[in-house]
Design a protein around this ligand. Structure first.
Ligand code: ADP
Ligand code: MG
Length: 434
């Protein structure tokens, strides 16, 4: 192409040193190009290396191999024309909105009048007009997140990097902020030329991006690139919108090919044994299934509504919903949870039937469970020490994440009677299971 890309990433690999001297490969063979006028989405499960890639682009970290160029020049430190917005943004409670935004310009030695002009313009544009002298505590979560956007935009970056900027907000606030952002972008009112948006939310990617790079895990790499040709503003209910969401959803939740089991090169993201699991008790899982199955929800519910119904924080509810999604008891999309047939059946089943259903979903959709079960089946003793699996997991994730993942698998494995686990001796076995 004749025009220089805003950003060109080629053959990027990133490995972190592990305490034992080995390396943890997080990104491998990543290529990406961002041209002027585009929003490119990086979509993938948690742990697939999206934030790591963003930090490389922001010049905050160096690749182990490969090249990154901003406007044709190698990225060696934070480039002046690249700014970032995070999920939980560092706002200073003792500074006013104006001061928090102007902070973005601190590094550039600009005349005072210029700082003032630009900061007020950014505040105005992002919808914080009138709140210049307010303190963050006087604002709602959505307004506070707007400060983050304003601080990034005030530097007039060529590239805006966004790392899950809407994911800490409630559903309605997030949607308002997305829509406002898209309006400004489509009207060309933002002082930016291109955007990279990291998200694990398929609908958000389809709503906002011109191109979506679907990430796989272990190691993180780009599995597929999808062009979204739907005109803006996009309608979530439009059949072609739904179709695209469904296609990506299927792609991201497809299971590893039979026969490849046990191998490390899993073909699909979020399905490898390297997926970090969150410990959610079977009580919580069945509790949520029951509640969504019952009236007035009858199988589909708005997550925030369900949260208040169960007197839970939405942040507490998310891991429960995500686990149900991972096991294909339910789908979580656009702030709704929708039970699959098996989820509805579970809610109305007896305890024994529930255990059988849980066992099936666990072994089918949580590869680590299937892996542990297979190892135990194959060994004459039907026993294996926990270290057998934690060592393996630590090739993919931190020690802490591995411990948390094993806690989750032990609890689900026990409930489903897939295997037993002896806490005292740290040994998995097939002691009582079917
Ligand atoms: P995502 O943003 O897609 O959720 P991340 O890029 O945050 O994923 O993390 C990908 C993997 O890289 C994780 O397994 C994480 O533990 C690991 N990782 C990230 N940063 C570091 C680091 N500084 N040192 C070691 N491992 C890291
Ligand atoms: Mg991340």
């Amino acid at each position: 192409m004749s025009v220089t890309a805003l950003l060109a990433v080629s053959g990027v690999r990133k490995a972190f040193q592990k305490p034992d001297g080995g390396e943890h490969l997080v990104l491998d063979g990543v290529d990406l190009r961002l041209d002027e006028g585009q929003i490119v989405g990086l979509l993938g499960r948690s742990g697939s290396g999206k934030s790591t890639l963003l930090r490389l682009i922001a010049g905050l970290s160096q690749p182990s191999a490969g090249r990154l160029a901003y406007l044709g020049k190698p990225i060696e430190g934070p480039p002046a024309g690249v700014a970032m917005v995070f999920q939980s943004f560092a706002i200073f409670p003792w500074l006013t909105v104006y001061q928090n935004v102007a902070l973005g310009l601190e590094a550039q030695r600009l005349p005072h009048a210029e700082i003032r002009k630009r900061s007020l313009a950014a505040i105005d544009m992002i919808g914080l007009d009138g709140f210049e002298s307010a303190y963050p505590r006087e604002l709602s979560g959505g307004m506070r997140q707007r400060i983050g956007f304003a601080r990034a935009l005030v530097v007039h970056p060529n590239i805006l990097l966004m790392d899950e900027p809407f994911s800490a907000l409630d559903v309605l606030t997030a949607e308002t902020l997305r829509t406002d952002f898209l309006d400004l972008w489509c009207e060309g009112r933002m002082p930016i030329k291109g955007v990279i948006l990291v998200t694990h939310n398929i609908e958000e990617a389809v709503l906002m991006c011109d191109r979506i790079l679907v990430f796989g895990s272990n190691p993180g790499r780009i599995l597929n690139e999808i062009e979204v040709k739907l005109p803006q503003p996009r309608d979530r209910l439009d059949p072609s919108f739904r179709e695209l969401v469904e296609r990506i959803y299927v792609e991201m939740t497809a299971r590893p090919v039979a026969g490849a089991a046990g191998g490390r090169a899993e073909r699909f993201p979020g399905t490898g044994i390297g997926t970090v699991l969150t410990h959610v008790s079977s009580n919580l899982l069945s509790g949520l299934l029951e509640r969504v199955a019952a009236p007035p929800f009858n199988g589909v519910a708005d997550l925030p509504k369900i949260a208040s119904d169960l007197q839970m924080e939405i942040d507490e509810l998310f891991p429960v919903a995500e686990t149900l999604q991972m096991m294909r008891f339910a789908e979580v999309e656009g702030g709704d949870i929708r039970l699959m047939d098996i989820g509805l059946a579970f809610a109305h089943a007896t305890l024994d039937e529930r255990k059988r259903m849980f066992l099936r979903q666990l072994l089918n959709y949580i590869p680590l469970a299937a892996h542990i079960r297979r190892v135990l089946d194959e060994r004459a003793s039907h026993k294996a020490p926990k270290s057998r699996f934690s060592d393996e997991l630590e090739d993919f994730m931190s020690e802490e994440a591995a411990a948390q993942t094993l806690r989750a698998i032990v609890s689900w494995g026990r409930y489903a009677e897939a295997f037993a686990y002896d806490n005292e001796n740290a040994v998995f076995s097939l002691e009582n299971p079917s």
